[in-house]
Write a protein that binds this ligand. Structure first.
Ligand SMILES: O=P(O)(O)OC[C@H]1O[C@H](O[C@H]2O[C@H](CO)[C@@H](O)[C@H](O)[C@H]2O)[C@H](O)[C@@H](O)[C@@H]1O
Length: 375
């Protein structure tokens, strides 16, 4: 796969100065012209906190069915199933619609984009335990043999690469803010912010980090959060390089407000950082004009696939952050978005898959179809 990009840099809007001395940002790092620094809208957090931050925290992941255990159980599950079935009329299963999808893909170059948590690995209590099965790994490896494949995750790029363990893929970590071409690629990205690197075998790699300047700031916030949440049982703070993630899945619900307030207060000192909600996680990240949708556009461009009618990107993800990619594909009418969810959810994706096991089945079906096509 050759990386070549003419993709223009994200626009710098409201370049409010960052206090670089306090944050330890060295002057040689601050000269990049392409970093899209934005200032968070003031007052938004206060509003959010009083108007439903906690609701958002509660709603950020579907309740597990095993917790519903009173006499209404049967009715509740039936109702849930009915709601799911009617939602699927609007967002049909990508497996049941496989023929329709392959019709759309005929004579086109497919590019695959896969989210990690909740898509390739099931959601579990401890982020470190979210391992993908060997069967899933093989399915991804096989798909990458036929189609350029990217893993695009909220985790740090190194961490998600380590979890997936396949060198023949593209990896975009920190919600697309840290992109690297696969080992051995004859890359030639021509983009502000791209740097050449050499791996241990001295092969050339290309890296794109549109929020590179924020590294010391995020690190500072990560360390402060670790310190401040020490006393709150169950909290896990994860350093995702360009994003610090505060997990509250294992925290008693009565302490969620404390976490919300703590994060809110800390961010008062960081107007260039914002919070997004994931699945039982608050993610603190730079206010930059960049997201998973932009990362997909960048990667398509890098592959030489930009604005080509014969290219069909397929994006599979389960998280709110994946919505930016679904939205971009929908607006450009250039690809297929598949939401992984076992409950009805508001989404810009057209198709759905219930869980990672269905994702694996879909990937295997794509490979089988491609082999038949090529035979
Ligand atoms: O973009 P993704 O690959 O989906 O990453 C999103 C976040 O996923 C992880 O957290 C989520 O999965 C954990 C393991 O199943 C779960 O314990 C947690 O509650 C979920 O929020 C990851 O730990 C985060 O860093 C990612 O941002």
């Amino acid at each position: 796969m050759e990386l070549k990009s003419t993709h223009s840099s994200p626009v710098l809007a409201d370049p409010a100065p960052i206090n670089k001395t306090r944050l330890g940002i060295h002057s040689n790092l601050s000269s990049s012209k392409c970093i899209p620094i934005l200032r968070r809208k003031q007052g938004k957090l206060d509003e959010a906190l009083s108007n439903g931050w906690l609701d958002a925290m509660r709603a950020s992941s579907p309740p597990r069915k095993r917790f519903i255990k009173d006499y209404r159980v049967e009715v509740a599950l039936d109702d849930a199933e009915i709601a799911y079935c009617s939602w699927k009329i609007k967002h049909p299963s990508a497996l049941n619609s496989f023929e329709q999808i392959t019709k759309q893909a005929k004579k086109k170059k497919i590019a695959i984009f896969l989210d990690y948590d909740g898509t390739l690995s099931p959601i579990v209590d401890n982020p470190d335990d979210a391992l993908m099965s060997n069967e899933m790994r093989l399915a991804v490896k096989n798909v990458a043999e036929f189609f350029p494949t990217t893993i695009i995750s909220g985790r740090s790029r190194n961490k998600v690469h380590e979890l997936v363990g396949l060198t023949e893929l593209y990896y975009a970590g920190s919600h697309g803010m840290d992109i690297m071409g696969p080992v051995g690629v004859a890359a030639s990205i021509d983009h502000h912010g791209c740097v050449k690197l050499a791996d241990s075998q001295a092969e050339e790699l290309k890296q794109f980090q549109p929020a590179g300047e924020f590294l010391p700031m995020i690190d500072e916030v990560f360390r402060t959060l670790v310190e401040k949440t020490k006393g709150i049982k169950g909290t896990i703070v994860e350093n995702n390089k360009f994003c610090a993630s505060v997990h509250y899945r294992n925290v008693d619900e009565k302490n969620w407000r404390t976490i919300a307030r703590l994060v809110h207060n800390l961010l008062k000192n960081y107007p260039h950082l914002q919070i997004t909600h994931g699945r039982k996680v608050l993610e603190i990240r730079p206010v930059v004009d960049w997201n998973k949708g932009k990362a997909v556009e960048f990667l398509l461009d890098s592959l030489g696939f930009a604005n080509q009618a014969d290219v069909l990107p397929i994006y599979i993800g389960d998280d709110r952050t994946d919505e930016d990619a679904f939205k971009m594909l929908g607006e450009k009418k250039c690809g297929i978005g598949i939401l992984v969810s076992s409950v009805p959810k508001e989404t810009k994706a057209f198709y759905s898959l219930r869980d990672p096991s269905e994702v694996m089945e879909f990937l295997k079906s794509l490979v089988a179809w491609k082999k038949m096509e090529d035979a």
